[in-house]
Design a protein around this ligand. Structure first.
Ligand code: SF4
Length: 675
């Protein structure tokens, strides 16, 4: 099918597309369509890693497309903010209103009073950082640091390796030791699981480091249920063993790294016993891991995103990613680290966004609540939200809520469904889903780049991001309107090495290195000297306690429990949260529950100085004593009092990368009522 051909909308057909949602895997997706309506969503085989199966979340995506929450028409608010009472208007009326307000705000306060706010809700290369970036840059709005996820790990990976591509899932069966560190692929990145099982059948040992006993942890050779935020001492203790007991590869360190001596000095205070005590695990278990890692080859560390969501997250990621360099686990298939392969194709938005980034105010997205309620220079007068549901996903939820309730704040939400945030919008613009539009899906687990094709017509009057932002730019005199297919052709024409032409012709691009590079054989650090920098000076200067400096647990006698909010099998971040009908539960260890007189299914209050969450309790020994868990991405309707875990999360920032510290929430739990 030509990329500019209209979607097939009649008869019975199966149309191939790809999933661009914020998930590492980027599945090929085959959609059966009958008389223009989706009948079935299933896996296709173009991306060999995800061959023929997709997650249960996206199998249900038709319920989002056709569901009661779907936004079908542009609308304006009628009635108080928060109620979601909307009156339909035309696209012309809506865009005229938005453009007029933007110009008025620019004239009165300066364009920096406009805050565009987006994250990975669509996550394709066409629906973010294209015509939207051109509009914001040319108009001179505030800029957004998109740091809610992957910022600390990304900063560490960039500083140490320049984001060298990692070991792909297909090479996991070559490993003899796999360490799953702060990652739960049964919830996100499900296509890793079969490869891990293949490795296990071939004799690989598996270690899981996670405060929860996940399904993979239950089958692991070793499970370290660490206290949240203590991954850094664990990693430094492993370094100490490697350096002090003769397992560091001096020749490799001399040839391919810098800064090893300073890393060694930073690790020196962290004996196995001290680190184990800090993490609340058995010293013998940590010793076992150190011995296995020192001697196994190929040995693979899968560094996840769970370990970054705390005050030590960036340093923890840096210390973990440095392990394969110190022990030289590179150079063999299945050895090294897995983090993100997003740069494997060498694609950067700078290739197709022409306008340079102006040096306007930079707002860290984790500080949205502060920006809306405290910033004065200038105050935020317009919030333009797209690809994102910040009321459900940002820390310090109550402060975000207070900001959205401001009568003098003009909020635009460009969305697919009526989210928590959309209820506070003054203008609502309906967006197409990935099944109704062109996009480009780039995986960050496997190395894969696929064309996303529309399989049905847009529902109602929903429109593509690229078309709407360019039309807005034209109204404001800073650009030219173009349809999404035109944007697609323009962007693919700028991709290097003929990637774009291949994508348009075949729907998928050929991955470099056969899609499975061996680290330090096929790919090397993308740092200026092509070496792994184990003690990057810029990171050392940025981290409050210095590079590899540990900041202690923020628990107090008043709020002694660590609250974590991990990803689940139900949503992709908060996407598809509208389909959840039952209340979300607080997972609590039986010993913590009984100390508070709480039994299964009791209603509980989870609280700290920032707020309170009310929900049922689920007693489970699958979470460590002293830690409680509540799912990431839950919408406000799924708790008793309209607050989620984010109401208890501080908006403090990680040591590197300015990331969110969700897992630094410290809380108390009390009985609210008997079930
Ligand atoms: S969310 Fe992930 S696993 Fe699910 S279909 Fe999309 S890429 Fe595949």
């Amino acid at each position: 099918m030509s990329p500019t051909a209209p979607p097939e909308t009649w008869g019975n057909s199966t149309i191939r597309t790809a999933c661009p949602l914020d998930c590492p895997d980027s599945c090929t997706v085959d959609v059966t369509v009958e008389k223009g309506r989706i009948k079935k969503i299933d896996g296709g085989d173009a991306n060999p890693t995800t061959a023929n199966f997709i997650c249960a979340k996206v199998r249900r995506f038709g319920e989002r497309v056709y569901g009661e929450h779907r936004l079908l028409y542009p609308a304006v608010r009628r009635g108080p903010k928060g109620q979601g009472n909307l009156a339909r208007v035309s696209w012309d009326e809506a865009l005229d209103l938005v453009a007029r307000r933007m110009q008025e705000i620019k004239d009165q306060h300066g364009a920096a009073a406009i805050l565009p706010f987006s994250y990975g809700g669509s996550n394709g290369l066409l629906t973010q950082d294209t015509n939207d970036a051109e509009l914001w840059r040319r108009f001179g709005t505030s800029r957004l640091a998109r740091t809610v996820c992957a910022a600390p790990t990304g900063a560490a990976n960039q500083a140490l390796y320049g984001k060298m591509p990692g070991v792909v899932y297909a090479d996991y069966p070559h490993a003899r030791l796999i360490i799953l560190w702060g990652v739960n692929p049964t919830a996100s990145g499900i296509h890793q699981v079969p490869y891990i099982k293949d490795a296990r059948r071939a004799g690989a040992k598996m270690v899981v480091i996670d405060p929860r006993r996940t399904s993979l942890a239950k089958g692991a050779d070793l499970h370290l249920a660490v206290r949240p935020g203590t991954d850094l001492p664990i990693a430094l203790a492993l370094h100490r063993v490697l350096f002090e007991e003769g397992h560091a590869d001096a020749a490799f360190l001399a040839a391919h790294t810098t800064g090893a001596d300073r890393l060694r000095a930073a690790a020196q205070p962290w004996t196995i016993e001290r680190a184990a005590q800090e993490a609340g695990i058995e010293a013998a278990d940590l010793r076992q891991l150190a011995d296995w890692y020192a001697h196994a080859s190929p040995a693979l560390v899968r560094c996840g995103w769970g370990l970054e969501r705390n005050r030590n997250g960036g340093n923890a990621a840096a210390a973990i990613l440095a392990l394969p360099a110190v022990a030289n686990k590179f150079g063999v298939r299945g050895g090294g680290f897995s983090m993100s392969s997003s740069l494997a194709f060498g694609l950067r938005a700078a290739s197709w966004v022409d306008t340079p980034e102006p040096q306007t105010r930079l707002v860290n997205m984790n500080h949205l609540g502060r920006a809306l309620t405290e910033y004065t220079d200038p105050p935020v007068q317009m919030l333009f939200v797209y690809n994102c549901n910040p009321l459900a996903t940002m820390p310090d939820q109550n402060r975000v809520l207070r900001g959205l309730q401001r009568d003098d704040l003009f909020t635009v939400v460009f969305e697919q469904v009526l989210t928590d945030t959309t209820r506070y919008a003054d203008v609502v613009l309906p967006a197409t889903t990935f099944l109704e539009q062109y996009d480009i899906a780039k995986a960050y687990g496997p190395i894969s780049l696929q064309l996303v094709r529309p399989v049905i017509e847009p529902q109602g009057e929903a429109r593509h991001n690229a078309a709407v932002f360019s039309e807005l730019a034209e109204r404001l005199g800073v650009g030219r309107a173009e349809e999404d297919a035109e944007t697609l052709l323009r962007i693919t024409a700028r991709m290097p090495n003929g990637i774009g032409a291949e994508l348009l012709e075949h729907g998928i691009a050929t991955p470099p290195h056969g899609g499975a590079p061996v680290q330090f054989v096929d790919v090397f650090p993308l740092t200026p000297d092509r070496k792994a920098n184990l003690f990057p000076e810029a990171a050392a200067a940025a981290a409050p306690a210095g590079l590899y400096g540990y900041q202690p647990d923020p628990a107090t006698a008043e709020y002694p429990l660590a609250l974590i909010s991990p990803a689940t099998e139900k949503t992709i971040s908060s996407t598809l949260g509208e389909l959840r009908s039952r209340p979300a539960v607080l997972h609590i260890h039986p010993s913590d529950a009984s100390a508070r007189g709480i039994t299964q299914d009791d209603a509980v209050r989870v609280f700290n100085a920032l707020g309170e969450l009310q929900c049922p309790a689920n007693l489970t020994a699958d979470i460590r004593h002293g830690t409680v868990g509540f799912s990431k991405g839950v919408w406000r309707k799924n708790t008793y009092n309209g607050s989620t875990a984010n109401a208890l999360c501080p908006d403090t920032l990680t040591d590197l990368g300015g990331g969110a510290c969700f897992n630094d929430a410290r809380v108390e739990v009390a009985l609210l009522g008997r079930h």
